[in-house]
Design a protein. Structure first.
Ligand code: BDP
Length: 705
């Protein structure tokens, strides 16, 4: 008997082990029986309101099925999908319509209300209903009441996309969670069930598009062979309201088209793109469009033929003219000019073209002027191109944020940028208002996130990285949501509903980005990470093949001080911003400390607003940053009793790695910068036990090939 009990206990325990595959869509039985019953009273059936169009709509069907699977899991009882509504009450009705109730919604919005004791999910489109279904599930997963529920929500931007930097050979550029999700060698014949789970996860957030291949694109994706594979993916994604897009290799007319030029003004080249686009739409009728990286980091582009970004983008837009597709043309460009400032490059190249792009073109801009650093001021292009729709490009994958070993919750980083004021039309002209089109009346709006997904069982390597995918999706839908609200939702849905633990984990997540900044690049330092792989510290890098790939270019440390003077006495990149922004950041005395070294070369001895000298403040940040990682470890230990053991161990292990590497960062940076400041490590901190040479030897091995 005792033995039998033990087996039962073991079984119960092992069934709790969670490999993270189910993300935030776990749908495990709610523990509180009272709550389960209350929800069940409102969820006795699901019905698609009878109209002939609706019953065959695959997206509506998905909505009903997702609701059914979710509710059955959460409530532990069957929830039938019934075809008609014979005055029945106590159920959930799904309905599309353009009636009065949906007036306030945009095309993909939803409304959840109570009508005659039914819960009614209304959308103008079936996609809206699908998003409403996931919103209802979220209410239950986060234990919100359904009594008197009245939710209305519409996405603030139209195109909400993941960008996958995935290659033909299954590798992922800057991917840290295994290999590509797309098994090109098996497609189109074998459909990995995971494709559907990928679509579910995205749809649950409102993501409605995915660029499946790397911006450093291979022309192979445009061959008939690959279009068939991409079409097979599109077929899986379609019932989830997700469209596929492709990154294109600009010289494709040469590499796969047999032409001897890819000049965008050449009639044959234009015809080639028109034909290719027609071929794509024949295979994928709801194809979303093209993403282009051109004349950037060695990628070819229109400038190779003496043409411009406008010529290139407009050519592709014309090819798309007969279809419902768009061109996302990236502004990530910079030149190897030792006298220039990379900060200004995208602005200088793109701003003069404002108003010249075809109406189907969106210029996709990285959040900051350099490159996805842990903190950047917003790109000066935001607010500067009123007549060109600009899309936001965030990086979810943690290329510069410690890969999949450092816990960095990115919502505060995304929000910081979105809430920055461009002052383009006076106070309150936030980046978010540029992106959602409300500031300049953009006809199309978009937000893209470079994905952090891969073939790892838990999708993102670091389990907590799932929260970054989640946060990106939620903010692309509604940028007004707070980082805290998003974290709470995610923790409730993914880790635990236990209130004290939810608060504790949420707090840890909210602080994590600032902690990362503190032990890597405090006070506005930037671009001093390991050369090439972008991992670990390497502030001493000074022999790169391009001046703007040296890290000394960015920090400019000397015996006087450190930081990049971007005021009028330096590169004057500040002048690209509106006068109010210049005022905010232009004076070293008043510049907020997070941005200080982005804009000023500050003497080591300069007294800061904290009361400490720059050198002492820098050291304080590096040391307290490391201590804060130890704090995160302790916080995590405390939630052990209420978090799944497998997930607990995964995160605990990665936090230990993070602590070890935070120490590398600290020692590397304080010892290196000390060679310039020539000042001691301030009390109460103890000087590192290793020497600069020791730490250089250690982290330089990362660069070995
Ligand atoms: C850089 C990455 C590089 C990308 C590039 C881009 O290191 O791998 O190709 O961004 O965005 O940060 O095009």
């Amino acid at each position: 008997m005792g033995c039998f009990l033990l087996v039962l206990l073991l079984l119960a325990n092992s069934s709790r082990a969670d490999d993270g595959y189910r993300l935030w869509l776990k749908y495990d039985l709610l523990r509180d029986a009272g709550k389960r019953e209350a929800y069940a009273r409102s969820a006795q059936f699901i019905s698609i309101q009878n109209n002939s169009r609706a019953s065959s709509d695959p997206v509506l069907k998905t909505a009903a099925q997702e609701l059914q699977a979710g509710l059955q899991g959460l409530l532990g009882k069957p929830v039938p999908i019934i075809t008609s509504v014979p005055n029945k009450t106590g159920g959930i009705i799904l309905t599309t319509g353009t009636g009065a109730e949906s007036q306030s919604l945009n095309d993909e919005g939803y409304q959840i209300t109570r009508r005659q004791n039914n819960l009614v999910i209304t959308g103008k489109s079936s996609a809206g209903v699908l998003y409403g279904a996931f919103a209802l599930l979220r209410q239950v997963q986060t234990l919100q009441s359904l009594e008197g529920i009245a939710l209305t929500s519409s996405p603030k931007v139209r195109y909400r996309l993941l960008n996958h930097w995935d290659n033909v050979n299954g590798t992922i550029e800057r991917g840290y969670a295994g290999s590509s999700l797309w098994k090109w060698y098996e497609l189109p014949e074998r459909i990995d069930p995971r494709y559907r789970d990928y679509a579910r996860a995205n749809a649950s957030l409102g993501i409605n598009g995915t660029v499946v291949n790397n911006v450093n694109a291979s022309s192979r994706f445009l061959t008939g062979e690959y279009l068939e594979k991409v079409a097979a993916l599109a077929n899986v994604f379609r019932p989830y309201g997700i469209r596929v897009y492709l990154s294109v290799y600009f010289p494709a007319p040469k590499t796969i088209g047999g032409l001897n030029t890819a000049d965008p003004l050449d009639p044959q080249v234009r015809q080639w793109w028109a034909n290719k686009t027609k071929e794509i739409y024949a295979a994928i009728p709801d194809f979303g469009g093209f993403l282009v990286k051109a004349n950037s980091e060695g990628e070819p582009g229109p400038q190779d033929y003496g043409r411009t970004h406008v010529d290139g983008a407009n050519m592709l837009a014309e090819a798309l003219a007969p279809y419902d597709g768009v061109v996302m043309w990236r502004s990530f460009v910079y030149k190897a000019d030792p006298k220039g400032d990379r900060f200004k490059a995208a602005y200088e190249e793109f701003k003069p073209f404002d108003g010249q792009f075809n109406r189907k073109v969106i210029v996709q801009v990285k959040n900051g002027p350099i490159d996805f650093q842990s903190r950047e001021p917003f790109s000066p292009l935001f607010g500067a191109m009123p007549r060109t729709p600009l899309a936001m490009e965030f990086q979810i994958t943690q290329e510069y944020l410690g890969f999949a070993t450092h816990l960095v919750y990115e919502a505060p980083l995304f929000k910081e940028c979105l809430e920055s004021d461009t002052y383009a039309k006076g106070k309150g002209s936030t980046v978010a208002k540029v992106i959602d089109g409300s500031l300049h009346g953009y006809p199309i709006t978009a937000m893209a996130g470079v994905a952090n997904t891969g073939s790892d069982r838990n999708w993102t390597g670091h389990t907590m990285g799932q929260a970054n995918w989640y946060a990106f999706g939620r903010l692309a839908w509604d940028h007004t949501l707070s980082s805290e609200a998003i974290a709470r939702e995610w923790v409730n849905m993914t880790l635990t509903n236990e209130p004290a633990a939810v608060s504790q984990i949420t707090n840890l997540m909210l602080r994590s980005r600032e902690i990362y900044v503190d032990y890597t690049t405090p006070l506005g330092l930037h671009h001093i990470m390991g050369y090439g792989i972008h991992y670990g510290p390497e502030p001493w890098k000074a022999n790169a093949s391009r001046p703007d790939w040296n890290h000394t270019y960015y920090h400019r440390a000397d015996s006087i001080g450190v930081g990049f003077d971007r005021t009028a006495t330096g590169s004057n990149a500040l002048s690209l911003y509106a006068p109010d922004v210049q005022k905010l950041w232009g004076n070293a005395e008043t510049c907020p400390l997070p941005y200080l070294l982005w804009f000023h070369h500050v003497p080591w001895t300069k007294k800061l607003s904290t009361g400490r000298s720059l050198w002492d403040e820098l050291c304080t940040r590096y040391y307290t940053g490391v201590d804060s990682v130890a704090w995160m470890q302790r916080q995590w230990t405390q939630v052990k009793p209420v978090v799944d053991p497998e997930i607990y161990a995964d995160v605990a292990g990665r936090l230990a790695t993070q602590h070890k590497e935070a120490l590398w960062w600290r020692d590397a940076c304080v010892l290196y910068f000390q060679t310039f400041s020539r000042q001691p490590i301030p009390a109460p901190f103890k000087k590192p036990e290793r020497t600069l040479d020791d730490i250089k030897r250690l982290v330089n091995t990362y660069q070995l090939r």
